[in-house]
Design a protein around this ligand. Structure first.
Ligand SMILES: N[C@@H](CCC(=O)N[C@@H](CS)C(=O)NCC(=O)O)C(=O)O
Length: 230
């Protein structure tokens, strides 16, 4: 397989910060697949037009263009059955869909903390697009949206209790080893640390310790990315 992946980048080409792309970076590593990542900016829609949609990640396998992280994860699982399973079996695949969807919700839950930090890292040519699309979505300016983020931190951390309970009892959501469920939930936390100095998690939080284990996975793949030490 010769794989390429369009991967969201900021003003600095090496600052890769999409929560959805990070899931797939780790999924590819789990499957022991090499990939060429192509830095992509929000406004470069023409570059991924062959995928028939406007979001990354987009994986290109020969003449196949595959979009949407959940679709890509399933594609990798089916295309490489001999490599370590991303899901751990058919029932686990169905259960993992929930983790993927839960992680999408985490992206929405974290955005009120990092919205302006994202804006500050996007490429110049993306700034107007990012601000306009996101302000339309949240119904206010990005600055107003994050203004009271300190007061939202306690409720956010409390909302993570189910995740914390499980990760206090076992090293990974997958058990002794990480699986795609881990990569899906890791993505939003990696997104946040790649673009924001705001500490979402306390240093001793079992969720942070789990996140750090994933940062160290695959030879420190995710830790090597430009990011803040939070
Ligand atoms: N459901 C998609 C969501 C992907 C997504 O929202 N990607 C963002 C980057 S984090 C994007 O490409 N946004 C382009 C835009 O907002 O125009 C997936 O799971 O891959």
């Amino acid at each position: 397989m010769t794989l390429r992946m369009y991967d969201l980048a900021g003003a600095e080409p090496e600052r890769r910060f999409s929560p959805y792309c990070w899931r797939i970076r780790l999924a590819l590593a789990h499957k022991k697949l090499a990939v060429e990542t192509i830095p992509w900016r929000f406004t470069e829609k023409a570059e991924i037009a062959a995928s028939g949609q406007i979001f990354v990640p987009v994986l290109v396998d020969g003449d196949r263009w595959i979009a949407d992280s959940w679709t890509i994860a399933n594609y990798l699982e089916d295309a490489c059955p001999e490599a370590p399973s991303l899901f751990g079996g058919p029932s686990a695949r169905s259960l993992t869909h929930f983790y993927s969807s839960f992680a999408d919700g985490l992206v929405r839950a974290i955005f009120p903390f990092v919205a302006v930090d994202v804006l500050n890292h996007v490429a110049d040519k993306d700034r107007d697009y990012f601000r306009a699309t996101r302000e339309k979505r949240v119904g206010t300016t990005l600055e107003a949206f994050v203004a009271d983020r300190d007061s939202k931190l306690g409720p956010f951390r409390a909302s993570l209790t189910p995740l914390r309970t499980v990760l206090s009892a076992q090293p990974f959501l997958g058990g002794a080893q990480s699986l795609y469920a881990d990569y899906a939930v890791f993505g939003p936390f990696q997104w946040a640390r790649c673009i924001s100095p705001f500490a979402l998690l306390e240093p001793t939080d079992p969720i942070r310790l789990w996140r750090d284990r994933l940062l160290d996975g695959f030879g420190g793949l995710a830790r090597a990315a430009p990011a803040y030490d939070v």
